[in-house]
Design a protein around this ligand. Structure first.
Ligand SMILES: NC(=O)c1ccc[n+]([C@@H]2O[C@H](COP(=O)([O-])OP(=O)(O)OC[C@H]3O[C@@H](n4cnc5c(N)ncnc54)[C@H](O)[C@@H]3O)[C@@H](O)[C@H]2O)c1
Ligand SMILES: O=c1ccn([C@@H]2O[C@H](COP(=O)(O)OP(=O)(O)O[C@H]3O[C@H](CO)[C@@H](O)[C@H](O)[C@H]3O)[C@@H](O)[C@H]2O)c(=O)[nH]1
Length: 427
């Protein structure tokens, strides 16, 4: 199949690379010219396991090309859209990138083609796009919704091992063709109408976010009654009807998806006259979890004004350099507001990836963040952080040597033995 992928971000680049590795002819288009120049030289702008080798191999065998303009030659079968759909301050989804792509497509397409929507768009957008944009095209353009469920940090693995492939459409032939993209992938196929496919994506993310906020509420309650969230979550998760995944209590969810998609679904609900109270609570609990962590630290340090606090981990989760809506960013801002001297460490995140307050020091060396620190806050469970030599850190920190383990990822007994004051979440 010959396809164009529009957008070379986390989703577009992974889709383009994996489809080309599966033998499809792919042109990946991004309006960011610098990104395209780098990609043409095999330089990957994001940190994602195995992606670079796939891109380089596909560039080498000509299955993959990069371009800064959409050029639709007569042999192109479909255009896959993977541009950003960020959140607006009022929770609405900003669809301007998506709409701009449709304006371009309608202008350049000169033969019948399928447009596949991989970007996450609110339920109802596909039908609207068909009416507003595609009906104006001189040639037939078929619309398919094909939401993406990959996770950052394991995106390539997720691409080849999805739990399901969701296709929403109203034209059998187009659905059949889109399914051919995935002929080498073993997963259940869920075929439905466009709006339902769009809803699957939002419902999935909202449900996973609900699990996280739920377990965080249970963790907070555990602290009050003297229970430990680790054995509690493990035993609860062993019930197959509940499942053990997404029951890790901590600082709450961040990233480019859960925060924006929960807010987006809440907005869609409100505009349609439905008050989604459960989802509103999920969002509120998630934000409060960050404040709660800072309060906990203040309670143990007395005041943090003038104290050195090392924040370990800035990415919203391990194995990615993405800091979008990362709990670490809010926590750092709150600590700075309280007068702390913050030194933040992350093994891969650099200043170009994240807007941090000017007052803070950012380092890729954990010793710079831990040396002479009064307290540490673990925000991301990077392997580099789990494997820190805590005995050495105990030797160079200042009293009271508090560790707020915001991801419950360290050994409490070891740290207590080494003289740290250990604070977990729900323990
Ligand atoms: N990041 C994830 O893990 C993930 C997973 C599943 C779904 N999604 C969804 O996929 C979509 C893309 O997410 P992302 O994280 O890859 O976004 P991103 O911001 O990393 O990348 C989007 C890319 O699109 C490019 N772009 C914007 N307008 C363009 C245009 N007119 N022509 C060409 N290129 C253009 C941008 O320059 C950017 O490189 C979003 O809707 C997101 O919600 C993301
Ligand atoms: O038990 C858990 C699991 C996750 N998290 C946090 O939740 C956030 C999101 O984690 P994860 O889902 O692994 O990362 P994403 O890459 O954002 O992936 C989610 O968002 C993507 C974009 O929509 C979807 O495609 C994926 O299916 C969905 O898992 C991170 O901050 C995690 O630290 C927890 O706090 N506790």
């Amino acid at each position: 199949m010959k396809v164009i992928v529009v957008g070379a971000g986390y989703v577009g680049l992974v889709a383009a690379a994996c489809l080309s590795q599966s033998g499809h002819q792919v042109v990946c288009v991004d309006k960011n010219i610098k990104k395209i120049e780098a990609l043409n030289n095999g330089i990957i702008p994001i940190y994602e396991e195995n992606l670079e080798s796939i891109v380089r191999e596909s560039l080498g065998n000509n299955n993959l090309q990069f371009s800064s303009k959409i050029f639709v030659s007569s042999d192109i079968d479909m255009i896959i859209i993977a541009v950003g759909t960020p959140t607006l301050p009022d929770g609405r989804v900003d669809l301007s990138q998506v709409y701009n792509v449709f304006r371009e497509i309608v202008n350049v397409v000169d033969h019948p083609i399928i447009v596949v929507m991989k970007s996450t768009v609110p339920p109802g957008v596909g039908e609207k796009v068909k009416k507003v944009f595609l009906n104006k095209s001189k040639v037939p353009i078929s619309y398919i919704s094909n939401p993406e469920f990959l996770r950052e940090g394991q995106a390539v693995w997720d691409w080849y091992n999805p739990d399901r492939i969701v296709i929403g459409g109203d034209d059998r032939e187009s659905i059949k063709k889109v399914l051919k993209l995935y002929s080498d992938i073993d997963a259940p196929r869920c075929i439905m109408d466009i709006t339902s496919a769009e809803m699957v994506k939002y419902a999935s993310n909202a449900f996973l976010a609900t699990k996280i906020s739920f377990i965080n509420e249970i963790a907070n309650l555990c602290e009050l009654v003297g229970a430990d969230i680790l054995p509690v979550a493990k035993a609860v998760g062993l019930d197959k009807r509940i499942g053990g995944q997404f029951l890790k209590a901590g600082l709450g969810y961040g990233g480019s998806c859960f925060p924006k998609d929960t807010r987006g679904l809440d907005f869609v609900s409100t505009i349609n006259g439905h008050t989604f109270n459960l989802l509103k609570s999920v969002i509120e609990v998630n934000f409060k979890q960050r404040i709660y962590a800072v309060r906990k630290l203040i309670n143990h340090l007395g005041t943090i004004n003038g104290k050195k606090v090392g924040v370990l981990g800035i990415a919203f989760k391990p194995n990615t350099d993405d800091t979008r809506e990362s709990p670490a960013i809010d926590i750092i801002k709150m600590l700075v507001d309280e007068g702390a001297d913050v030194v933040a460490y992350d093994p891969v995140v650099g200043s170009e990836q994240c807007p941090l307050p000017e007052e803070i020091t950012l380092t890729n060396n954990y010793e710079v963040a831990t040396k002479h620190a009064h307290a540490l806050v673990i925000c991301t469970e990077w392997p580099e952080i789990l494997n820190i030599d805590w005995e050495e850190v105990a030797g160079h920190m200042r009293d009271p040597k508090v560790i707020l383990d915001g991801r419950n990822c360290l050994s409490k007994s070891l740290l207590v033995e080494l003289g740290f004051k250990y604070l977990g979440i729900g323990r």
